[in-house]
Design a protein around this ligand. Structure first.
Ligand code: SF4
Length: 352
């Protein structure tokens, strides 16, 4: 029996995301093979999406949440979190700062807070009216009517991570919630015309490389416009407090394989990658990522938005600046792109 070579497997996943091959590539530990994997991911990124590092300004406007996700420090049972919700004026001030820095996208993120659809519609309308910004929402599962209201108010994109495309695994870490309702939300968002993003954590309890291979295939099948991938980081105030954190190299291989198979999705080098023992966002870019999301939330609120501990990443109220982001891009042989950078997917462009 002749086994296919590493090079043959790598070329093969670039045309067809076969589960067995994806799993084999997720397991490689040879340094030269990993460099080949990352190099192919970078080449595909540069050809399909340009040699650029795109910026999206993040505003974490509320840390209230009704859910109990087993990995998240904002889970509703964590009584040690001081909860906040920014006022409309505070959110508009963040939007002003993002636009003033020449960044073309604002991302409004929160836990699954109980605000009304109208509350967020008004904010979306005001931001779209005052600033030339693409607007992304990431506020969790809501009724289809809310998604429709926000789209009509001017929202362009929606992020909703799946964390796992395996029903049993998904439901084991999301008490009382179902994978099917998550997928229904993603379908509704797509049907309403949003550019849709999803993503996963790597290395949380119960997850195996075959789950990750299945997730990468899921990303390809659904042709997401944006895909976020970060390492699991245990939080003291969650049931996963004693579990080991996700492996950096496995996270980077997952990013690279997602790039190789999905081609032109926008893939952030996530805040979680910037929150490990050292800032690993450059590693993420070198594995094929091409987005950085600098945080515009005030430092006092940012400390309270602790999905995982030591959340550092990129904060424009702290040590981060356009100069430091340019330097990060240069280190990855990319240039900063502050324009709105909509989806590059054919399905999106054809519908314009
Ligand atoms: S992951 Fe999101 S939905 Fe789950 S507890 Fe945290 S903030 Fe809430």
């Amino acid at each position: 029996m002749v086994y296919p070579s590493f090079d043959a497997i790598l070329q093969s996943v670039a045309t067809s995301p076969d589960l067995e091959n994806l799993e084999a590539l997720l397991c490689i530990d040879d340094t030269q093979q990993m460099e080949k994997l990352f190099s192919l991911a970078r080449n595909i990124r540069d050809v399909t999406s340009g040699k650029r590092m795109v910026l999206r300004g993040l505003v974490e406007f509320s840390n209230y949440c009704r859910n109990t996700c087993f990995y998240c420090g904002l889970n509703r049972t964590n009584a040690s979190v001081s909860r906040y919700r920014l006022s409309e004026e505070e959110i508009l001030a963040c939007a002003h700062d993002i636009a003033a820095q020449g960044i073309g996208t604002i991302v409004l993120q929160s836990g699954e807070d109980a605000f009304t659809s109208l509350y967020l519609s008004k904010i979306v309308e005001k931001i779209k009216d005052r600033y030339n910004l693409a607007l992304t929402l990431s506020v969790g599962e809501r009724p289809a009517s809310d998604y429709r209201d926000w789209k009509l108010a001017g929202a362009d994109r929606y992020l909703m991570r799946i964390e796992s495309s395996d029903k049993k695994l998904y439901e084991s870490i999301h008490q009382g919630r179902t994978l099917s309702s998550r997928i229904t939300c993603l379908d509704v968002l797509r049907d309403l015309g949003y550019q849709v993003g999803s993503g996963i954590m790597v290395g949380f309890p119960g997850q195996t490389v075959s789950h990750i291979a299945q997730d990468i295939k899921f990303f390809c099948e659904r042709d997401f416009d944006m895909i976020g991938i970060g390492p699991f980081i245990p939080h003291e105030q969650t049931p996963f407090r004693s579990s080991p954190g996700g492996d950096l190299l496995l996270t980077l291989k997952t990013i690279a394989l997602t790039r190789i198979t999905t081609k032109n999705a926008w893939i952030p080098s996530t805040t979680a990658l910037g929150s490990l023992d050292r800032d690993c966002r450059l590693d993420g870019l070198q594995a094929g990522a091409n987005v950085i999301m600098p945080n515009f939330t005030s430092l006092s609120c940012k400390k309270k938005y602790e999905i995982y501990p030591n959340k550092e990443g990129s904060n424009m109220r702290g040590s981060e600046s356009l100069a430091s982001l340019s330097s990060l891009a240069r280190s990855a042989e990319l240039v900063v792109d502050g324009s709105r950078c909509d989806s590059l997917k054919k399905s999106y462009i054809q519908n314009l």
